[in-house]
Design a protein. Structure first.
Length: 282
């Protein structure tokens, strides 16, 4: 009975399929981005020609970027986004790491129930609880302020807890016990022993949570309707009015929004990969 050696006849086919799928995925991902980038340099006359995939006559036409930056209040939007991002990410790191530390290091009643509730919360569609959430935020007087979205973003998700758990579980308990013998409280052990060892996990959560908050549209749009409280996503949404048909201006605004996250991710992507890999293999 003959068998096909996977190292022989099938290997070229498998290799060809592998690289073809990678090339196809790269085209699907990059083609819209490249098209949007090229469109941002086009003039209204070029857009009227209808050839979307055509290159612009000049890549030195920055008029669309000037219009998008000025009319979209991008400078104010970047400021509001940075403010919300700073407090949201810091709160997520603090609450997530403390929750993970408590879950891993302490034994208490209904511990499994608490962990299960975190998982159940991720299964409930957020839109189904927005009426109750909106009433709570409004009751606190945080509607149409930057603190409303910050409070919602600070709610730790199971992803952040899971990432921190993977690292805390690999920190020897003997370090906690040694610090306890020196008179350190549980909070002191967390702050001086555990938290400094979570730097890779913190970097991972910062990037993941930061990109999520930066790209969020629904929460800022619902809880901060005032134009002076606009963030990146809602400022870009304003172009649907006077610039509804001016896709060259909309594309320029989209490029301005993408560039910061793209630069930060390319600079820090190794922390994301190392964080997930270390958490999974330690």
């Amino acid at each position: 009975m003959s068998t096909i050696d996977p190292r022989g006849g099938l290997r070229p086919v498998v290799t060809a399929l592998k690289y073809s799928s990678l090339v196809g995925a790269a085209v699907v991902v990059t083609l819209p981005l490249l098209t949007m980038f090229a469109t941002s340099f086009k003039t209204p006359r070029e857009m009227a020609s209808g050839d979307i995939l055509a290159l612009p006559e000049s890549f030195l036409n920055f008029e669309n970027y000037e219009i998008a930056f000025a009319n979209g209040d991008m400078l104010l939007a970047f400021g509001n986004t940075a403010f919300i991002l700073l407090f949201s990410v810091a709160g997520t790191i603090l609450i997530g790491s403390m929750a993970a530390y408590a879950i891993d290091r302490f034994t208490f009643r209904l511990k499994k129930v608490v962990v299960a509730l975190f998982l159940v919360a991720t299964l409930v569609p957020g839109v189904t609880t927005q009426v109750a959430t909106f009433k709570v935020i409004d009751a606190f007087g945080l509607f149409d302020t930057r603190w409303g979205p910050i409070l919602l973003f600070m709610g730790t998700d199971i992803v952040a807890i899971y990432i921190f758990l993977q690292f805390i579980r690999n920190i020897p308990v003997s370090l906690d016990e040694a610090a306890g013998l020196d008179g350190a409280s549980s909070f002191t052990v967390y702050r001086r022993v555990v938290l400094p060892l979570l730097k890779p996990a913190v970097a991972t959560v910062v990037i993941i949570k930061g990109i999520t908050v930066y790209n969020e549209f629904y929460i800022p749009f619902l809880y901060m309707p005032s134009e002076e409280l606009g963030v990146i996503s809602t400022s870009l949404f304003r172009f649907k009015g006077p610039f509804g048909a001016h896709w060259e201006v909309i594309s320029a605004g989209a490029v301005l929004v993408i560039l910061p996250t793209l630069a930060i991710f390319l600079a820090l992507q190794r922390f994301v990969y190392n964080g997930f890999t270390a958490g999974a293999t330690k």
